[in-house]
Design a protein around this ligand. Structure first.
Ligand code: 5AD
Ligand code: FES
Length: 380
């Protein structure tokens, strides 16, 4: 049977199933679990969380209350975006970076890494591939590489804008001056991803070298928003020095900043970085935080990240089942991927988009959601 004739439950029937799922879980819950479930309902209706309840959520054993948290988050995302999963085609345009973040494999002090910079022609070919596979957002990501001046990046953005008027262009090129963000926006970029990494200043300094500034990071996010970009912030789960208190600040920051996108994924210890011997972040904690963020900010576009898929064989499916609604398959040429080593043991290194597309579609079947051919803009 092909896709069009296969019998699928309607979106309404599916959300009814998920709603039922919440009541089934409630019916099976113990008295203790019901107390937590009640607090999850309050979290969802008030779109707010206390530090003590955050600590409780993060320390619960995997029980019915945790199942309920995920079911409630799925219900919240389906209320806004239905059963749709949006694709973002990721093009890792340069592995040169002037920064030296303590967690990141492409930090400038990592002299073991062979660096690359894609040509505009290669980048356009990646977009063409992505478009063929239904992608209507291209994410240009890279280290903070000074070769990509406003002039060069602007030319690239203009070219993509002209060839793909129906697509969103997302940039993820780090901190730049306000004028640079403005110029790129004027040339047709629509969205910008800049993870804040942590909303706790002290923790920020633990994760980054002295020359990097927490204030400037936050300032950049503010500028991007003022200019009119759809903005994505985010953080790693389980980064060294992270505590429930710093996570609480991240959640409060998300509540007040109201970004259109939030990227979170587990920290992955990476060789040739100062954090090479630290433990990886937890997949379970990441899933709980995905659901929590979904309930605090139901409209947010939330990717189920490659880092999650790299630490768990079903990581991306689990992320979707916890309330995520975006996937970011890699469009970079296979020969570049191993060199864009921001963290170790990244999946899909040898897989072209043809393989990844089929793989992701098959994986998403198990979530009863479907990949769509759409830009997937934020619904306000
Ligand atoms: N593990 C997980 N995520 C990482 N990132 C960078 N290094 C790592 C790592 N070791 C994330 C950062 C960055 C994004 C592009 O990738 O949060 O903002
Ligand atoms: Fe790339 Fe599965 S998504 S191999």
């Amino acid at each position: 049977m092909d896709e069009t004739t296969k019998k699928q439950p309607s979106a309404d029937a599916k959300s009814a199933l998920i709603a039922q799922n919440c009541s089934v879980i409630r019916a099976e819950a113990t008295a203790d679990e019901l107390q937590t479930i009640h607090k999850i309902d309050v979290l969802a209706s008030e779109q707010d969380i206390s530090l003590s309840f955050l600590k409780e959520l993060l320390s619960l054993p995997k029980n019915n209350a945790v199942k309920y948290l995920h079911a409630k988050a799925r219900q919240a995302v389906e209320n806004v975006y239905g059963d749709k999963i949006f694709l973002r085609g990721l093009v890792e345009i340069t592995s040169f970076c002037r920064n030296n973040c303590n967690y990141c494999g492409i930090r400038r002090s990592n002299r073991t890494l062979e660096r690359y910079r894609m040509t505009p022609e290669t980048i356009m070919a990646c977009c063409q591939d992505g478009y063929k596979y239904g992608m209507r957002t291209f994410v240009l990501q890279g280290g903070e590489d000074m070769w990509w001046t406003d002039e060069r990046l602007g030319d690239l953005v203009s070219q993509i804008r002209a060839e793909y008027p129906d697509c969103a262009i997302t940039l993820s090129m780090g901190e730049r001056p306000r004028e640079s963000y403005q110029r790129l926006f004027d040339l047709g970029a629509n969205r910008y991803l800049l993870r804040h990494e942590t909303a706790d200043e002290q923790h920020y300094h633990y994760l980054h070298p002295e020359e990097m500034s927490f204030q400037n990071r936050m300032q950049c996010l503010q500028w991007l928003k003022e200019i009119g970009y759809q903005v994505g912030c985010g953080f790693m789960v389980g980064s060294p020095g992270q505590t429930p208190e710093t996570i609480f600040k991240d959640l409060q920051f998300i509540r007040s900043f109201r970004p259109q996108m939030v990227g979170i994924g587990p920290f992955v210890a990476t060789q040739h970085t100062p954090f090479a011997d630290e433990p990886n972040g937890s997949v379970e904690t990441t899933l709980r935080l995905l659901s929590t963020i979904r309930l605090l900010h139901p409209h947010v576009l939330l990717p189920s990240t490659t880092a999650l898929g790299s630490l768990h064989p079903l990581g991306r499916e689990l992320g979707i089942l916890a309330g995520a609604n975006v996937l970011m398959p890699n469009l970079s040429p296979v020969e570049n991927r191993e060199l864009y080593n921001i963290y170790d043991n990244k999946i899909c290194l040898g897989d072209g988009i043809d393989h990844c597309y089929d793989c992701l579609s098959a994986r998403m079947e198990s979530t009863s959601r479907r990949i769509v051919v759409e830009r997937g803009d934020f619904v306000g």
